[in-house]
Design a protein around this ligand. Structure first.
Ligand code: FAD
Length: 411
């Protein structure tokens, strides 16, 4: 007798959404995280230090899924920034592309959402469902609790040992425990991985000029810089003056920038961005981390299936990691619910293979595209520079292709 039909390891964006997507399936679900669940964020941001340095650019497809899960509508509207334009250009060239929501008659290209705001809303919904299902025990949250050991059990699925000594058994385990996924490693999955040789610096900045709800991205020989507009309360004097930045660049350069004091860093940023939004007036605490691409060769093995960053982690330049994870959630939930209705076991290779077949090519294509961009914009001979500038200008002028690209990016 297993304790649960499904145990999800990890309650980040992907794992929490997975638990919610299965909450009505009639299956006994448990979700485990080494961190306590987060509280919802209710107040509008009052200043530069109030924002989470980690943000995600959510596509319309992610918004739809999160709305269906009852999460999107619980995030405070004053912390969601709908962006209506996107400007991409090359610093040392002449090419640029402008995408506008109005070109495809959409209200927005996407929303910039702080990870803390999204996770707070996901966890709040998890708590509500977990307490509502206490009698029927359909959804259980075990947090904080850390996975320490995994024992496959060919007859009944698998057993997990947690750091408090508890043993938990499950018919199927879903690994949503992030890029370094302990469960993926314990279960012996093979991955293909390589270093992007980039570090990403993230922080919140305040700018002199308003962002005008435009996401900006600049390609340079040494990396990519993105300014992502943040929401602030309308009444606030500083509305439209906060952006989250993701600056991915060579590790040595990142180390130099991290060592600077705030004033020197803001000056370097103003210079490199060529005063996109006037001088950068201030920044919050900076964080830097190495970027690594990783893709599991198989998404399932025995009684374990991988989703989100546990299956694939990609360069943040397209802002797609969390969006891809949410698409995994949608497809895996569909397949598991279909299997349950058809009376199949959840670990049936036919079921898990269908999930892999529906998600792996899409995730691979996105990873290949990011790798291509990274290489295209690495220091290149003059002919390649000319070609990419000409290509960028051509795409900008070719409205059919451009609108197609926007729709793809919207999901
Ligand atoms: C600089 C940067 C910018 C980005 N910008 C964007 C963007 O604009 N748009 C976008 O879509 N994506 C973006 N991403 C990617 C996105 O942040 C990730 O893809 C996403 O957060 C992954 O979510 P996850 O739930 O799969 O994993 P994680 O967020 O890593 O969650 C894993 C969870 O597992 C738990 N866990 C780990 N080990 C254990 C254990 N042993 N036991 C129990 N629990 C455990 C952790 O506590 C955590 O809660 C960005 C990434 C970076 C680095």
């Amino acid at each position: 007798m297993t304790d649960y039909d499904i145990v999800i390891v990890g309650a980040g964006i992907t794992g929490a959404a997975m638990a919610l997507a299965l909450a009505d399936s009639g299956l006994r679900i448990a979700v485990i995280d080494r961190q306590p669940l987060q509280h919802p964020v209710a107040d509008p941001a009052g200043g530069i230090h109030d924002y989470d340095p980690r943000v995600s650019a959510m596509t319309a497809a992610s918004q739809r899924l999160l709305t269906d899960l009852g999460v999107w509508q619980c995030m405070p509207a004053e912390r969601l920034c709908a962006y209506t334009r996107m400007h991409v250009h090359e610093r040392d060239g002449t090419g640029s592309i402008d995408f506008a929501a109005r070109d495809i008659h959409a209200p927005a290209l996407g929303h910039i959402v702080e990870n803390r705001v999204l996770t707070g809303a996901l966890h709040d919904r998890l708590q509500q469902l977990a307490s509502a299902s206490q009698g029927g025990t359909t959804l259980t949250v075990l947090a904080p609790a850390t996975l320490q050991a995994y024992h496959p059990d060919p007859e009944h699925g698998a057993q997990l040992t947690l750091d408090d000594g508890q043993h938990v058994s499950a018919g199927l385990l879903i690994a949503a425990d992030g890029a370094n996924s302990p469960l993926r490693q314990l279960a012996g999955f093979d991955t293909r991985e390589w270093d992007y040789e980039h570090h990403a610096i993230v922080t919140t900045i305040k700018t002199r000029d308003p962002h005008q709800f435009t996401a900006r991205q600049c390609f340079m020989d040494e990396g990519v810089l993105a300014f992502l507009p943040l929401a602030s309360a309308d009444a606030a004097q500083d509305a439209q003056h906060y952006c989250s930045i993701v600056w991915s660049l060579l590790p040595e350069r990142a180390t130099d920038l991290m060592a600077m004091d705030d004033a020197a860093f803001c000056q370097a940023l103003s210079q490199i961005s060529e005063h996109w939004l006037g001088p950068v007036a201030g920044c919050a605490q900076r964080h830097s981390f190495p970027l690594r691409q990783r893709h599991a060769r198989q998404y399932y093995r025995d009684a374990v299936v991988l989703i989100g960053d546990a299956a694939h982690s990609i360069h943040p330049l397209a802002g797609q990691g969390a969006n891809l994870g949410l698409l995994d959630v949608q497809v895996l939930a569909e397949e598991l619910i279909r299997a349950t209705k058809a009376g199949r076991t959840l670990t049936d290779p036919l079921v898990l293979r269908r999930y892999q077949r529906r998600r792996k090519p899409h995730n691979l294509a996105m990873m290949a595209m990011m790798e291509g961009f990274k290489r295209l914009y690495a220091d290149q001979p003059l002919a390649v520079r000319w070609l990419r500038n000409t290509g960028m200008r051509a795409v900008d002028q070719w409205s059919v292709l451009k609108n197609r690209l926007i729709r793809e990016a919207l999901g």
